[in-house]
Design a protein around this ligand. Structure first.
Ligand SMILES: *Cc1c(COP(=O)(O)O)cnc(C)c1O
Length: 341
């Protein structure tokens, strides 16, 4: 039985071209700044995002943690959407390791309005922490993979910057956002001081993220990365795959989006399935099933060769490289069968 695994886009395997590039990568010690392949990846990533500099980090979580650490200090506060990855899914890293508190703001669709940003900024009062930064997420994972309209992201970021806040963008899937909106990734990245993105998700590289931003912040990030144990040595092996990912895997994200759309529209037609179609803009499809709890639905799917995950009542299907239109049809057939049991 062929298993269709829609748990995550992190499950993508490196392409043959990546494996070849990894095997042949020119290497050096990156803590000495002497790995030419890492240096090239950092330059290419910074250039693509329109930033001065970049630093290769082990994961999106490290990119966000270091991104927050260079924008705020111990005792300060960072504004984030309450359903953001930095608030919910990063083990309170910025609080634990940076002494930085996150101020979570509940939103309708994952992006704070300029008014919400302004209201969240603390007054100058000895009882309260100083608000140092705001962080946004594009695409927004928990809100369904929404790709932010550039004007809305700009407005929120401008509200923060006008009040002297730094802006960090969790762009784990920023290339999905760029492909879905048809906006140059540089324009999206320009809304923030620091931007991190994942090479390890839809772009298919085995590991790694890049944090980009101004030279001084990336220099500060280098010290934090070292402190966190993220100073790796001949890591050009991984950077080589990242370069191939940026070269060959960005435009094809449109296929994942088309597959997600097909999936979502067909699910929406099924009785007892609820999908908010206007949120399905990229490679994530969240939906609810009325007739059984999510655990049972997932177990029934799994028994039929379809894997997915749930958060709360919502089931999440993720399309990615390695899942084709035929797999989408197979997944839909499994769902129909499970719902008829
Ligand atoms: C996956 C993800 C991250 C973290 O990436 P890891 O590489 O898994 O640590 C950060 N933000 C968002 C929105 C994500 O989806």
């Amino acid at each position: 039985m062929r298993v269709v695994d829609m748990r995550s886009d992190t499950l993508t395997m490196p392409t043959p071209e990546m494996r070849k590039a990894m095997a042949g990568a020119e290497l050096g010690d990156d803590v000495f700044g002497e790995d030419p392949t890492v240096n090239r990846l950092q330059e290419v990533a910074a250039e693509r995002l329109g930033k001065e500099a970049g630093i290769f980090v082990s994961s999106g979580t490290m990119g966000n943690l270091v991104g927050i650490l260079v924008n705020a200090r111990s005792g300060e506060e960072v504004i984030a959407d309450a359903d953001s990855h930095v608030f919910l899914n990063e083990a309170a890293g910025s609080a634990t390791l940076g002494g930085i508190q996150i101020m979570p703001i509940k939103t309708e669709r994952g992006l704070l309005t300029p008014e919400q940003v302004q209201e969240a900024i603390r007054p100058d009062d000895q009882h309260q922490p100083r608000t140092a930064a705001a962080t946004f997420e594009d695409t927004h994972n928990r809100h369904g993979g929404i790709a932010w309209p550039l004007a809305d992201l700009r407005a929120a970021a401008t509200a923060a910057r006008e009040r002297g806040l730094a802006v960090h963008l969790d762009g784990a899937r920023i290339f999905n956002a760029a492909v879905a909106t048809g906006v140059d990734v540089k324009e999206i990245a320009a809304t923030a001081d620091t931007v991190t993105f994942c090479l390890s998700k839809g772009l298919g590289a085995p590991a790694g993220s890049v944090l980009t931003g101004p030279k001084d912040k990336i220099a500060a990030a280098r010290r934090w990365r070292k402190m966190l144990g993220g100073g790796m040595r001949e890591v050009g092996m991984l950077a080589a795959a990242g370069l191939v990912a940026l070269d060959t895997m960005v435009d094809r994200l449109a296929e994942d989006h088309a597959n997600a759309r097909t999936l979502a529209e067909a699910l929406a037609e099924m009785d007892g399935v609820r999908v908010e179609l206007d949120r399905v803009q990229t490679n994530l499809v969240f939906f609810e099933v009325d007739s059984m709890p999510p655990e049972r639905f997932l177990a029934e799917c799994r028994a039929r060769g379809l894997r997915a995950e749930a958060s709360g009542r919502k089931i999440r299907f993720v399309t990615r490289h390695g899942i084709d239109a035929g797999d989408v049809q197979q997944a839909l057939a499994v769902v129909a069968e499970v719902l008829s049991t």
